[in-house]
Design a protein around this ligand. Structure first.
Ligand code: GLN
Length: 542
């Protein structure tokens, strides 16, 4: 029998409910609880695969091949686990399954309604997530903000669970914005209103979490407690922190673990030793350093680092490990195309995953720059494909070489659709998705980083390096150091005679952890550090 903790949000979205939920889970785990996390997204999409990363952030991929919300990436990073597809429920899939059952005749004679049909389906998916992850406590983050029409049905299912389960087995945390206005005054009215909105849906929160700039004063807590019908000791704060990895400690200071164990009647064991604290300290110290290693991440969602969240997190994990202050800038690939940006200030260039033709020529230019100037390059998925296109054009002199994703009529389709993708019509959930083995060739850079002949990485793509061109690329200096163990799919490629020029069809960033950075990313950041050191040395020489 699992216990359930719901986390709702108030006032506005993007408050960091995902980080809060993951931090709470990490805290409970450090006290010996077997915790798992789930996110319910109330919109009508079935998964994140067709959502715009500009609005929703990166599409994270589970090992079992589900395209999900970026918060699942936070769950993996905080708990150091690999999530299952059941841990992200998008409401479109609930409605879809109800409508399919209705068409099949499973509800013959009945009127199908949000209550009980949708709420029952939601409750059963929540219980299924607890079962699949085999946890004692499941923390369920409800996406969106209380008061949104589409999240009402999810809140209703949560309300019913509180009513149906033992009282001690269900708790509610409500996280809402507590802003500070220009006079420096902290305003509690927004959280009061959003709590009222939750109360009107039959849910009394057990804990209120003020999302604020600075820790709350006791008088602010007292006020919130009185107006929101929550005990004062259960009014918590989640202030803005230097590093997102600090939040579990901020919750620990507030004794959230002991308050919850009392409220929900579960045992806590001794706090296990934790590897994060010294790393966060190091991160703080490094941030004060003058010398920095600068990485350019070239993307078309140029104002949204969230669209590449795991990439930026990975880089940060590696920077701490490599003892460098790292500045990773997101560079607009279209501005490169227009010649408005130059890359001279950077010590490493990374082209992340991507789709479609917008800004692609800018990405190709950045690869050319990295290749010709011996600047470390890391290509992720599309970034590998782009590097291959650049080599085809500039090393093999196939001037119109391209991916058939961009140009169907190219005379040199060096990147082409995977054979099994040719007959696929639907775009949702149909890419080559999830974890696959990669065979690593001995005596290659990839092997020296992974120290293994077989690794397991996650993928999300429709296109691949056209096998017909592989031998030509090999002659021009490419070494394919990671391959599918049985098929002709090239999964890692590296260019000879360059200090670090590597691309992978996989998304290794999904595997990176604060205390265990991903090896390929680590190799890249180390190479950028070396590049920087050399640059400084050369500058010093007369
Ligand atoms: N658009 C490319 C493909 O489908 C790359 C995908 C990606 O970068 N995830 O193969």
């Amino acid at each position: 029998m699992a216990k359930y903790i719901f986390v709702t949000g108030g006032v506005l979205s993007s408050l960091g409910k995902g980080i809060f939920s993951a931090s709470l889970a990490k805290l409970l785990k450090s006290y010996g609880s077997n915790v798992s996390l789930m996110k319910i997204d109330p919109y009508l999409n079935c998964d994140a695969g067709t959502l715009n990363p500009f609005e929703h952030g990166e599409v994270f991929v589970t090992q079992d091949g589900f395209e999900c919300d970026l918060d699942i990436g936070n769950y993996e990073r905080y708990l150091d686990v690999f999530a299952k597809k059941e841990q992200n429920l998008m409401m479109g899939s609930v409605y879809k399954s109800i409508i399919e059952k209705e068409r099949h005749g499973d509800y013959l004679g009945k009127t199908i309604q949000l209550i009980p049909h949708a709420t029952n389906e939601i409750k059963s998916r929540i219980k299924q997530a607890a079962k699949t992850t085999n946890c004692q406590i499941l923390i369920i983050e409800i996406g969106g903000t209380v008061g949104d029409i589409e999240s009402d049905v999810v809140l209703e299912a949560a309300r019913q669970m509180k009513f149906e389960e033992e009282a001690e087995n269900v708790s509610f945390f409500h996280l809402a914005l507590v802003p500070t206005i220009t006079t420096g005054e902290v305003k509690t009215k927004p959280i009061q209103h959003s709590t009222k909105s939750l109360l009107s849906r039959g849910i009394t929160p057990d804990f209120l979490v003020a999302r604020c700039d600075k820790p709350l004063t006791n008088s602010a807590k007292e006020k919130i407690a009185v107006f929101c019908n929550v005990r004062e000791e259960n009014v918590l704060h989640s202030p803005t922190v230097f590093s997102i990895y600090q939040l579990p400690y901020v919750l620990a200071e507030q004794q959230v673990h002991s308050k919850l164990s009392k409220r929900m009647n579960f045992e806590l064991s001794e706090n296990s030793t934790d590897k994060w604290a010294p790393l966060i300290e190091k991160q703080k110290q490094l941030s004060k350093e003058k010398q920095e290693v600068r990485i350019a991440v070239i993307g078309k969602y140029a104002t949204s680092k969230d669209a590449y969240m795991s990439v930026f997190e990975s880089l940060e994990h590696c920077a701490i490990n490599c003892n460098v202050k790292l500045v990773a800038d997101l560079i607009d690939s279209e501005s490169l195309e227009k010649g408005k940006t130059n890359l001279e200030d950077y010590d490493g260039i990374l082209v992340p995953g991507g789709f479609g033709g917008r800004g692609v020529e800018g990405k190709i230019q950045s690869v050319k720059y990295a290749r010709e100037n011996q600047v470390p390059y890391l290509g992720i998925c599309y970034g590998l494909q782009i590097a291959i296109i650049e080599s085809a054009r500039n090393l093999l002199n196939y001037f119109d070489a391209n991916s058939t994703e961009i140009d169907q009529n190219t005379t040199h389709p060096v990147i082409d659709i995977l054979p099994e993708q040719k007959s696929i019509g639907n775009l949702g959930g149909t890419m080559r998705l999830g974890g696959f083995d990669v065979a690593i060739t001995p005596n290659t850079l990839a092997h020296s980083l992974y120290h293994s002949e077989k690794i397991f990485k996650r993928f999300r793509h429709r296109y691949e390096i056209n096998p017909e061109y592989v031998s030509e690329f090999t002659k021009s200096g490419w070494i394919f150091s990671g391959k599918d163990p049985v098929r002709t799919i090239m999964k890692i490629g590296e260019l000879n005679g360059h200090p670090f020029f590597v691309g992978t069809q996989a998304h290794p960033e999904f595997d990176s952890r604060l205390d265990n950075p991903e090896p390929l990313y680590l190799g890249f950041v180390n190479a950028a550090k070396e590049y920087k050191n050399k640059k400084i040395k050369n500058e010093r020489q007369p």
